[in-house]
Write a protein that binds this ligand. Structure first.
Ligand SMILES: NC(=O)c1ccc[n+]([C@@H]2O[C@H](COP(=O)([O-])OP(=O)(O)OC[C@H]3O[C@@H](n4cnc5c(N)ncnc54)[C@H](OP(=O)(O)O)[C@@H]3O)[C@@H](O)[C@H]2O)c1
Length: 317
């Protein structure tokens, strides 16, 4: 069968032949219709994610396809080495979810991973209460934009978005953000802006960046032992586009009310991630969750890899 094939972490996947998968006892074969090129897939294919396999393999964490009985499904975690960017995959039947008829293949494939990032964080990692305030750090990408919409849908009273590109503020407000903090300001000014936001109340941070902006937020959350307990804030790391490491002093942590958590593969079980995605996909039509998506033929995988697109690219065999 045809597939995208990673021969080396140094090169983009190429369109080539790859051995057909066969189903094991608890698996089904899915005829793939759409598989998204997410940040996770890019990182895995480049050997830069903690879940990366060894080449040769087919990249692709999840997608949309049809079972042999004709059922249209979302699927996740196809069995390596055949990832989702192939004509067929073998996947545990427990990792498939029937798709609602009102959701098209491309939207479902495009929205699953970025939508899951906040849905799982807010349902599996922190029990966000209706009326709380959520700060989305790094809200300009597919995941951050969906995090604004999903936090509001799950009951947040207020969502604060941050981004390094202030030109995105009107778009983020149109998606539901009530406030915007630009990240492209000097460290002291950014810390002061976070301190003002925390004084007004921040219950949950969904952090797509880590790096300097996370450091600035955590510095702003310290009370320096002023007498009152610092407010409780659940800080959930989801991505690391701003840096993979931060400096965090013990004193800063113990003088803050911050609870540090992560959400993603490893901290949430595969079953819970698939459940979160199924719940989120079921809500897409009624909520109108928006994601920009563009279908690209699987045969063009190599050039798709080189593209920088604001839309989520979805490969179609
Ligand atoms: N743990 C999970 O469950 C999970 C799930 C999905 C995604 N993620 C992670 O979440 C992160 C975001 O993914 P995505 O799907 O939203 O990616 P995306 O759609 O490609 O968007 C990335 C956005 O990040 C912004 N950005 C990049 N570097 C930045 C920086 N240094 N400071 C501020 N903004 C920066 C860019 O915005 P501008 O260029 O406009 O500034 C871009 O719009 C990635 O690290 C991804 O691996 C995690």
């Amino acid at each position: 069968m045809k597939a995208a094939v990673v021969d080396s972490f140094a090169n983009a996947p190429r369109y080539a032949d790859f051995a057909e998968p066969s189903a094991q006892a608890d698996e089904v074969i899915v005829n793939v219709r759409a598989a998204a090129l997410s940040q996770l897939v890019r990182l895995q294919a480049g050997g830069k994610h903690y879940t990366s396999g060894e080449p040769p393999f087919v990249p692709g964490a999840d997608g949309v396809g049809v079972l042999e009985d004709g059922q249209r499904v979302y699927f996740a975690f196809p069995r390596p080495p055949v990832g989702a960017m192939a004509e067929r995959v073998a996947v545990k039947s427990a990792y498939t979810v029937a798709l609602p008829d009102d959701l098209d293949d491309i939207t479902a494939a495009a929205i699953a991973n970025p939508g899951m990032s906040s849905w799982a964080a807010l349902t599996e990692r922190v029990a966000m209460q209706p009326g709380e305030t959520v700060l989305v750090n790094g809200a300009t990408g597919a995941s951050g934009r969906l995090a604004i919409q999903i936090a509001k849908h799950l009951g947040a009273a207020k969502v604060i978005a941050t981004g390094r590109n202030p030109a995105t503020e009107p778009e983020l407000r149109a998606l539901g953000a009530d406030d915007f903090i630009p990240l492209n300001q000097p460290r002291e000014a950014l810390t002061a802006a976070f301190r003002t936001a925390i004084a007004a109340g921040v219950d949950v941070v969904l952090d797509y960046l880590w790096g300097p902006s996370a450091e600035a937020f955590l510095a702003a959350a310290t009370s320096h032992g002023a007498g009152e307990a610092a407010p409780s804030i659940s800080f959930v790391n989801i991505g690391s586009l701003g840096g993979t490491e931060i400096n965090l002093s013990a004193g800063a942590l113990r003088s803050s009310g911050v609870e540090l958590l992560g959400s993603g593969l490893g901290s949430v079980s595969h079953t819970a991630l698939v459940r979160a995605i199924g719940d989120m996909l079921a809500a897409v039509h009624s909520t109108g969750f928006q994601v920009q998506a563009e279908a690209v033929p699987l045969a063009d995988v190599e050039s798709a890899w080189a593209r920088e697109s604001s839309a989520r690219l979805v490969l179609t065999p």
